[in-house]
Design a binder for this molecule. Structure first.
Ligand code: TXA
Ligand code: MG
Length: 321
């Protein structure tokens, strides 16, 4: 199959209407989308990504009125979050209506829903008479794509069309929020900070899955991983164990000029966590594709988007450090 990369929203819509999968830009990461009402089309997403069927998909739409067609209710606190942060990097877990096929939610009674903040994709969603189920557009377990080229590099030949909307502005997957025992609970840290959520609903619970049990799917310990090992910790100290030419570095604002490597990705010289988050996944991919042997990363400040950056680095380094 030939894979076309283009900016033509109508063409993307045409593929989706006939049950094909299309990679779409969002502000978080690129998604691999199909008609969420069409179980056959959704199956193609799992095949292209090599994704296990126990891992549920997020459904994307363009307006809160549309969400009510998909779910039984939106609890008041989650509605307050939706009103404040949609469109944006927030996914809500809500009780699904039967119109959503079981394959989308891996048989679970809740469906993850999100309105993305990306103009091309919002226009695309408006052209369609169905919402789009879309996981991140990477092979299962790998780093999420933040450009059309990232998608092409890995999925060419497996999907017909990539809608090119440029680089993702946020660069980290959405924050996943739901209710648990009547308390607002965060199930995945992501592109909307915990602080921003607590501003609206007060103190939240955090229930981030760690371990190998896929009961909280997509939150496996080893995820978002490069092929090359990533070691998180004191970069200078860790660098002493390797030949400098074999080291790639991901740092926050320190440039580590004393380590003789040409592969140092300093994600934000000005110390801005939003900028760092936006650049993280591209740095991981570029290092993975370079001739180094090991990626040394440091722990980021444990606040705002720094928490999500640390979460991704930790999962990417799992079993190795
Ligand atoms: O930013 C994002 O969320 C991106 C863009 C494309 O929207 N999507 C994304 O999807 O990151 P994905 O498939 O890579 O991650 C979806 C994760 C699942 O692995 C699971 O952890 C959680 O969302 N999820 C989805 N539906 C769920 C459900 N019904 N119950 C529990 N967790 C769910
Ligand atoms: Mg993913």
């Amino acid at each position: 199959m030939q894979t076309i990369i283009n900016k033509n929203i109508k063409q993307a819509a045409t593929y989706l209407k006939v049950g094909e999968v299309v990679a779409i830009p969002t502000e978080t990461v690129y998604g691999l989308a199909a008609n969420a009402f069409n179980a056959n089309a959704v199956t193609k997403i799992f095949e292209a990504k090599n994704r296990p069927f126990f891992d549920p998909l997020i459904v994307h739409t363009h307006a809160i009125e549309e969400v009510y067609k998909l779910v039984e209710e939106i609890p008041p606190q989650l509605l307050a979050l939706a009103q404040k942060y949609w469109p944006g990097p927030l996914t809500l877990l809500l009780p699904k209506k039967d119109i959503i096929p079981d394959i989308v939610t891996a048989g679970l009674p809740l469906v993850g829903i999100r309105i993305p903040l990306q103009n091309d994709t919002l226009q695309l969603l408006q052209l369609l008479e169905f919402p789009l189920a879309a996981p991140s557009a990477n092979p299962f377990g790998y780093v999420s794509p933040t450009s059309a080229k990232h998608v092409f590099d890995q999925l060419q030949g497996k999907i017909p069309y990539i809608l090119d909307g440029g680089e993702c502005n946020v660069g980290l997957e959405s924050t996943i929020v739901g209710m648990q025992n009547n308390v607002v609970t965060i199930f995945r840290i992501g592109g909307l900070s915990i602080e921003a959520i607590e501003e609206i609903v007060g103190k939240v619970n955090i229930n981030i899955h760690q371990g190998d049990n896929p009961a909280a799917p997509g939150m496996l310990s080893a995820h978002y991983a490069t092929h090359k090992p990533i070691i998180v910790g004191n970069i200078f100290k860790n660098s002493l164990k390797y030949n400098a030419s074999k080291i790639g570095i991901i740092s926050f604002k320190n440039q580590f000029l004393d380590i003789d490597t040409k592969y140092c990705y300093t994600l934000s010289v000005s110390g801005n966590l939003t900028e760092a988050a936006q650049r993280l996944f591209a740095a991981m991919r570029n290092l993975d594709n370079s001739e180094i042997d090991v990626i040394l990363a440091e722990e980021f400040p444990n606040e705002g988007l720094g928490k999500a950056i640390n979460d991704r680095l930790k999962r990417a380094s799992y079993k190795r450090s």
